[in-house]
Write a protein that binds this ligand. Structure first.
Ligand SMILES: [Mg+2]
Ligand SMILES: [Zn+2]
Length: 263
């Protein structure tokens, strides 16, 4: 059955793939020490842009980065699970503090890019020298977002609000949000009672939610491993679809009785 009123919003790192793509690239290309040294000195988004400059200056090419991104670990069931949710008619989107280059490269490599209607993340591009540039999602020439839960480069809660506002009330969209990081807490707070949040158990977003569950209006379904994530997501999609069809039938004429089969 098509579940056309479900919007599934995924964080990317440690929610779709089984690692943090930023750390993966830095570590796999051998720049962990420099990363750790610079980490306390600047915001993360600037640090990634800086690390891409360091890679470039040390002879690492875009092809080297792509090759590493193609080896990103993912739980094998994740790919068919995403394809299945898409085939059921769910509107799948990504909200991530990684960047467009990493996410697009990884999703295309797994053959699931077209399953997502939208990727909200920090813009990235390859400049004329072949260096990858990573920019903030919220442009620096715009007024600051003023959310004290989120880093200056990206407030995921604002992105969720924008997606919510893009639908009319009549569309009755219901959101399922999956995430693991502290940046996934702000959007969790912006979900409505009819929505669902799926925090990764024992990860920062789960710790934040558990501090005071009453602050989250959405229904909370935690997941501890990838199998559980797939199972719960599937169950929630089914649950919403059934509630939707029950509403549909109660709002229409009762079905005529089936005619007895003449033998
Ligand atoms: Mg994450
Ligand atoms: Zn925020």
């Amino acid at each position: 059955m098509a579940s056309s009123n479900i919007v599934v919003v995924f964080d990317f790192d440690k929610t779709i793939i089984d690692c943090d793509s930023d750390n993966w690239v830095v570590d796999e290309l051998g720049f962990t020490d420099l990363f750790n040294q610079l980490f306390p000195t600047m915001p993360f988004n600037n640090l990634m842009d800086r690390m891409m400059m360091e890679l470039h200056c040390n002879g690492k090419t875009i092809e080297d980065i792509v090759e590493v991104l193609k080896r990103v670990p993912i739980q094998p069931r994740m790919i068919p699970a995403i394809k299945a949710a898409n085939a059921l008619g769910c509107d799948l989107r990504i909200v991530s503090d990684a960047n467009t280059f990493f996410i697009e490269t990884i999703l295309k490599n797994f053959g699931i890019r077209e399953c997502f209607s939208e990727i909200n993340t920090n813009p990235a591009y390859v400049d004329e020298e072949g260096r990858l540039r990573v920019l903030p999602y919220h442009h620096l020439n715009q007024p600051p977002h003023r959310c004290n839960l989120c880093p200056t480069n990206m407030c995921k809660g604002l992105i969720i609000n924008r997606i919510q506002d893009s639908f009319s009330c009549e569309e009755n969209k219901r959101f399922i949000y999956l995430g693991d990081g502290s940046g996934d807490y702000c959007p969790s707070l912006n979900l409505k009672e009819k929505d669902f949040v799926m925090p990764r158990k024992n990860f920062p977003v789960w710790d934040l939610i558990c501090k005071d569950r009453s602050l989250v209006k959405a229904q909370i379904y935690e997941w501890g491993d990838w199998e559980e994530q797939e199972k719960i997501l599937h169950q929630l999609i089914n649950k919403v679809s059934m509630e939707e069809s029950a509403l549909f039938f109660s709002a229409h004429e009762p079905l005529p009785k089936a005619l007895p089969v003449m033998l």
